[in-house]
Design a protein around this ligand. Structure first.
Ligand code: ADP
Ligand code: AMP
Length: 248
């Protein structure tokens, strides 16, 4: 059964255990934007594999050195590296009430790995219903956005290298041009948002990530939201999906 997003809901921060939430969609669909809003409202962490990888590249870690060239050309980092990275992040204490996966899984192998990992986590928490709920089967929110809209969003995207907040010069400009509203840092354009790299990222999405739509639909986990609506409207429908989902 597909879970339908419906009307807006009022959500109390830290009100309850939400469990795992996956944001699925192509580059610039709005996953990071929505993940931050969900994180602030529900009090659960945003786990962006892209942000973690970029952090590793900036710190020149072993993982960062392996990932750098792959990311620069718009390909996907190998499943093993990304799954290990997510496994250690999920062990952190702030994931105890649920978490938002933004940009993961991106291949069917990653999705299969995640299902097994969540099952393993539930197995370790037998007898503790609340702890099991935190790692229950995920709700998967797919943001549906047309290619031409994605392209325009990519060219307008700017982000803060300090706090990670995302802006758009067309639709969500900062108060002062080029400066983060939150901490005053100069905003940057991601190098992989260049037109040729974007085309490669879209290819990777179509070939390797799109099959996840059927994967989660067949398992009754998928909620589809029109990601071309204004941020607030997308947010209302995502919140509604989180509130109304039946965890397995
Ligand atoms: P993703 O994490 O999926 O790559 P982002 O959240 O970074 O996408 O959003 C991509 C760009 O589109 C950003 O510049 C963001 O400000 C903008 N954006 C996000 N959601 C919307 C929306 N609903 N309407 C218009 N612009 C949006
Ligand atoms: P994102 O910030 O989600 O757009 O990701 C930026 C880049 O990081 C992608 O183009 C990939 O090279 C890499 N990446 C992020 N998440 C994953 C993932 N789950 N699997 C493989 N590569 C990833």
């Amino acid at each position: 059964m597909e879970v339908q997003a419906s009307a807006a809901v009022g959500v109390q921060a830290n009100a309850r255990i939400t469990g795992p939430i996956i944001l699925l969609g192509p580059p610039a669909a709005g996953k990071g934007t929505q993940a931050k809003l969900i994180s602030e409202t529900f009090g659960i962490p945003q786990i962006s594999t892209g942000d973690i990888l970029r952090g590793n590249v900036a710190r020149k870690t072993e993982l960062g050195m392996k990932a750098k060239a792959i990311m620069e050309r718009g390909d996907l980092v190998p499943d093993e590296l990304v799954c290990d990275m997510v496994a250690s992040r999920l062990q952190e204490a702030d994931c105890a009430r649920g978490f938002i996966l933004d940009g993961f899984p991106r291949t069917v192998r990653q999705a299969e790995w995640l299902d097994k990992q969540l099952e393993k986590m539930r197995g370790c928490k037998k007898g503790d219903a609340a702890a099991q709920q935190a790692c229950a089967a995920p709700v998967v929110i797919r943001l549906v956005v047309d290619y031409n809209v994605l392209r325009r969003r990519i060219t307008g995207r700017r982000s803060c290298p300090t706090c990670g907040r995302v802006y758009n010069v067309y639709s969500q400009p900062p108060k002062v041009q080029g400066i983060c509203d939150v901490d005053g840092t100069a905003l940057v354009t991601r190098p992989d948002d260049a037109e040729d790299v974007f085309a490669e990222r879209m290819k990777a999405y179509d070939q390797q990530t799109l099959p996840l739509v059927d994967y989660y639909r067949e398992r009754g986990r998928l909620v589809e939201v029109d990601g071309e609506q204004p941020v607030e409207r997308v947010m209302e429908q995502a919140f509604s999906a989180i509130e109304n989902v039946n965890r397995l």
